[in-house]
Write a protein that binds this ligand. Structure first.
Ligand SMILES: O=C[C@H](O)COP(=O)(O)O
Length: 260
């Protein structure tokens, strides 16, 4: 780490995507808090933890965390619009998300790119909107097809460069979620050698290594317990989907990332 590089705390969290009802989200949050209570406070204080519910569950989850004295767990959003407010029917304002206590906003997820045709320019505008409103963009990047490391880094470079160029300040904090598209929704994550090599390439990009703001890189794509130990030499944490939807598995993964 260069002398001037900000400290990279580990970070771990999950997205519920569109899997949970209101009742299931409430059950998840309550059970996750119970399971996390078994992790030592010293371990938990060394890691940033986030939960990204769907929009309808943001306020209730934030309230549950606050009522349990667990406001150190960040609440996130799965997307936001690029303008703060306006005539954008059906969209969600990044300013209102910040007002709701959201700390981290996912942008550019592979599902949004594929299903809703969101490109790098749109993703960059959304990341800028999150940062402008004082939240951390969690920028999802990754190659579409399983294959060569150099090809994967090249595909990620285009995605990362677009976002970094659009941020309002070079000091803006960013979390890059490296999620090979082919490993999302799969039976198992991408192999550790591939992930470590691609992430080394991402960290070496001009738009990443030269910037002043804190830039952390996490892995996502069928991540779960047992994975971080294999990735800890090169990754700052994990971003979970399905394999974190069981609260005990989520808490187990948080503990592993905190104590690895
Ligand atoms: O948002 C999380 C990632 O897309 C990973 O999802 P997954 O673990 O269910 O494959």
């Amino acid at each position: 780490m260069a002398a001037s590089e900000p400290e990279r705390r580990r970070i771990v969290g999950l997205s519920t995507k569109m899997y949970f009802s209101l009742a299931r989200q409430a059950e998840f949050t309550s059970a996750a808090l119970t399971s996390l209570a078994a992790v030592s406070p010293a371990s938990l204080s060394a890691v940033d933890v986030f939960i990204i519910p769907d929009f309808l569950n943001i306020r209730s989850t934030a309230d549950s965390l606050a009522a349990a004295g667990a406001s150190h767990i960040w609440i996130g959003a799965q997307d936001c619009h690029w303008e703060d407010y306006g005539a954008f029917t059906g969209e969600v304002s990044p300013a209102a998300l910040a007002d709701s206590g959201v700390r981290i906003v996912e942008v550019g997820h592979a599902e949004r790119r594929r299903l809703f045709r969101e490109d790098d320019a749109v993703t960059a505008r959304k990341a800028a909107a999150a940062a402008r409103n004082g939240m951390i963009p969690l920028v999802c990047i990754g190659e579409k097809t399983k294959g060569d490391v150099a090809v994967a880094v090249d595909e990620c470079r285009v995605q990362v460069d677009a976002v970094m160029a659009g941020l309002p300040s070079e000091d803006a904090e960013v979390v890059l979620a490296y999620e090979p598209v082919w490993a999302i929704g799969a039976a198992q994550p991408a192999g550790e050698e591939h992930v470590l090599a691609v992430v080394a390439g991402i960290r070496d990009l001009e738009s990443v290594k030269g910037r002043r703001g804190l830039t952390r890189v996490v892995y996502g794509g069928s991540a779960g317990p047992g994975l971080y130990e294999k990735l800890k030499s090169g990754l700052d944490g994990l971003f979970l989907g399905r394999f974190g939807h069981d609260p005990q598995q989520f808490a187990k993964t948080v503990k592993e990332v905190a104590e690895a």
